[in-house]
Design a protein around this ligand. Structure first.
Ligand code: GCW
Length: 754
């Protein structure tokens, strides 16, 4: 915009007749002469170009890595005097990308190119590098500190070299330095004080990976942001700039691994042709500290190797996998390993041959071990054999295997025992397998949380799960403690997030879905961070540093998770979404090939009440939790209300803590959820003036959709449950727009991600 404003000024001075003629008269004189007219057009075109660039630049592509000029000149000058030059020997590819990020970031934020120097000679240097390779850095970092930084940690400290004040960004590895650079830029992006820095940061978990559910045809299972980022057809020859920007974004939040393909895996990824494509991506990601992994189909030896079996104890099968591992590591020496979904939802697995999950996982682990690779074996299993409760099956199958997995196996457990619902209690396997490396699986893509159109910030969900009390090693042992290996004998630690990225220009579809990618990375690095702190960082980097914007929008983000729980599945309800595509409400689903694919299986509504009885009188799933949590969950009067209908079948007229009956409370939550979305809309309207029009409008349209869909959820669910409660809607709930029949007859085709 500033460039447009300069235009009349140029004309004014160019006229040379400032006193006698106004700008428009001058313009008129000049344009009558052809050559001036051409100059005029050129200036106009240039200005228009600058203007259009500025508008387009806010399409969200840059994510949180926006390095726009810091507008406040006082702050900018303060930073500029602290970072007058950079001393950063670039000996490796990782150092090169770290330096280029630092240079690019600083020049954008400060408005000038900060020069590179080979030594600290005056105040105001940024001195970046590894501790072992730079004696100046080494002098500033004690051996003890260096040790505690580990492989990927870093420090950012105001120090002194040759008697000159400088900012040190140091680590044991180049990747650590890269992480430090991103952190340092974040300080500037969020306008922090950098005059006396003493930051020390190391990741709490070793493996911090994204799981892409991307298929070879580029469709993304449960993806709501376009097609897969991986252009398999043009790989390995064509390297899309997106791959590099993807790596930058991940490195900026400490993600160090990516599983490229869907857990419902296609064996094609293990063919020699595709491994070359995988190698091309691995080569792009390597400088950013990101290793690639593949989801593998357990029956690949049959499909690709022509064997008659995939039995993990069969000699030929083991040999086939060994040869495959050798081939992979010849191409990709730092290949991360395999992710496996076995004997779940129709996928092949060791149980097809009468073997256990451990037999399958260990066989693969053995072929990867010589190369340092790992197996991430998923515990998301359920089938027709799950006697009386799907929620219990993973525990039943896996707990007896505790202690039998190889050291390089991690069992990957979803955050809750069913399936990424808006709210679930934590998975009871956390705390049940002290001799196994357990890793967390979160879903960043919003399969069950409004998919591509609802603004739902997942930070509070991550925080709630990670801080849940498990009693695994006495009172005060959280899920985070277990993940970090503080509560058992884990040899490896890790966390996975099912990615929400795609080819949409802004990567994630909904502008606020970017916050969930960001938050996942920040929680993976530090499971004890708060959702609020993360939201604030993200907002400042992604939109604006103005408090008038940040404060209300942060509040909106924090409440958005409770809002979706309220208007979809309050009080512990779960899995009542549309059949298969999971879009919209469908509590009435009762005919499906399997009972546990219906909604009635999960909510159990009848004339007496609502909810799944998982107490000792019911399926007794509560017994999978440790005492005293088990007893708390088992008692309907002590069970937290947010999980009430998860664990209990509660009579419609039972009085809850508020004094309201279950029916009244249910109505209150559904109606409150809609009100919250209205509040979100109001908040957004009030902050429009602080941000660019493009993203403002995009979010506004999406919030309008979210509001209509929240109303739809409320009305459809209340009308349906009312057929059981047989009670009127309380006065605080507006009358539904349509009949129950209308909602039941809605049909949706081509829902994305299905
Ligand atoms: O929730 C279900 C999803 C499936 C997914 C599965 C899983 C990849 O609806 O789409 O399959 O979970 O996690 O394996």
């Amino acid at each position: 915009m500033q460039s447009v404003a300069i235009f009349p000024v140029i004309i004014y001075f160019w006229s040379g007749k400032r006193k006698s003629m106004d700008v428009f008269s001058v313009l008129w004189c000049r344009v009558t002469k052809r050559k001036y007219f051409l100059v005029f057009l050129a200036i106009l075109a240039f200005t228009a170009h600058l203007y259009s660039f500025q508008v387009k630049a806010e399409n969200g592509y840059r994510l949180w890595l926006r390095y726009d000029l810091i507008e406040n000149p006082v702050l900018r000058n303060k930073y500029a005097s602290a970072v007058r030059y950079i001393v950063f020997p670039q000996t490796t590819e990782t150092c090169k990308v770290a330096f280029s990020e630092l240079e690019q970031g600083l020049s954008g934020l400060l408005g000038f190119t900060v020069p590179l120097s080979d030594k600290v000679h005056k105040n105001g240097a940024i001195l970046a590098g590894t501790i072992s390779s730079d004696p100046e850095i080494a002098r500033n970092v004690s051996v003890q500190t260096a040790e505690s930084l580990g492989k990927e940690g870093y420090l950012i400290r105001t120090g002194e070299v040759n008697g000159k004040k400088c900012i040190l960004i140091a680590a044991n590895s180049e990747t650590g330095v890269l992480y430090g650079v991103f952190h340092f830029l974040r300080l500037l992006q969020t306008h922090q004080d950098i005059s006396a820095l003493n930051i020390f940061s190391a990741p709490a978990l070793q493996l911090r990976v994204l799981n892409h559910w991307d298929n070879p045809d580029r469709r993304v299972e449960r993806g709501y942001a376009g097609f897969s980022l991986w252009d398999w057809h043009r790989l390995p020859g064509y390297i899309d700039q997106r791959y590099i920007d993807y790596a930058r974004a991940n490195a900026s939040i400490g993600i160090n691994g990516t599983v490229l393909n869907n857990v419902n895996a296609n064996s094609i990824f293990l063919t020699s042709l595709y491994l070359l494509k995988v190698k091309a991506l691995a080569d792009v990601f390597r400088p950013y500290g990101i290793r690639v992994f593949l989801s593998v189909r357990f029956s690949a030896p049959v499909e690709l190797g022509g064997l008659s079996t995939a039995d993990p104890l069969d000699h030929q099968v083991k040999e086939w996998w060994k040869q495959k591992a050798d081939e992979i590591y010849r191409l990709i020496p730092d290949f991360g390993g395999f992710l496996v979904k076995a004997n779940s939802e129709g996928q092949p697995g060791p149980q097809d041959y009468g073997r256990t999950h451990a037999d399958g996982a260990n066989m693969l682990a053995d072929v990867l071990a010589p190369y340092g690779g790992v197996v991430m074996w998923r515990a998301f299993v359920y089938d027709n054999r799950s006697a009386n409760d799907r929620a219990k099956q993973a525990y039943i199958e896996f707990k007896p295997l505790d202690g039998t997995f190889r050291k390089n196996v991690l069992v990957q457990v979803k955050n809750g025992p069913i399936d990424f619902q808006p709210r679930e209690p934590f998975h009871p396997l956390f705390g049940a397998m002290p001799n196994t490396s357990l890793m967390m699986e979160f879903q960043i893509t919003q399969e069950y949380l409004g998919q591509g159109t609802h603004l739902v910030y997942l930070g509070p969900l991550f925080e709630e799960v990670l801080s849940s009390e498990t009693y695994a090693c006495g009172k005060g042992s959280s899920v985070a403690d277990i993940l970090e290996g503080k509560c058992g004998n884990q040899s490896l630690t890790g966390i996975a997030g099912v990615a929400n990225t795609g080819t949409d220009i802004n990567w994630c579809g909904h502008p606020f879905a970017q916050a969930n990618w960001y938050a996942y990375g920040r929680f993976a690095w530090n499971p004890r961070i708060t959702a609020e702190a993360v939201a604030e960082e993200w907002l400042r980097m992604t939109f604006s540093n103005r408090d008038e914007f940040v404060e209300p929008v942060k509040k909106m983000m924090i409440t958005s998770r409770e809002a979706v729980v309220d208007y979809m599945t309050p009080l512990g309800l779960h899995h009542i979404m549309g059949y298969s595509h999971h879009y919209g409400p469908a509590p009435w689903i009762k005919d499906a090939p399997r009972y546990d694919w219906t909604s009635v299986y999960y909510h159990r509504a009848d004339s007496i009440g609502l909810g799944f009885d998982r107490s000792p009188n019911g399926s007794n799933a509560v017994s999978q939790y440790l005492s005293p949590l088990r007893e708390e969950f088992a008692d309907p009067d002590r069970c937290p209300e947010k999980f009430l209908l998860w664990f209990h079948h509660v009579p419609w007229n039972k009085k809850l803590a508020s004094g309201r009956t279950l029916w009244e409370e249910l109505c209150l939550h559904y109606c409150r959820g809609v009100d919250s979305v209205q509040q979100m809309l109001n908040t957004w309207d009030s902050v429009g003036k602080y941000i660019d029009h493009e993203r403002f409008t995009s979010v506004k349209m999406l919030l309008d959709i979210q509001f209509r869909e929240a109303v739809w959820w409320r009305d459809a669910c209340l009308l349906y449950f009312q057929t059981f409660s047989q009670q009127p809607l309380p006065s605080f709930c507006p009358p539904p727009e349509h009949s129950l029949e209308y909602y039941e007859n809605l049909r949706f085709f081509y829902v994305p991600g299905n």
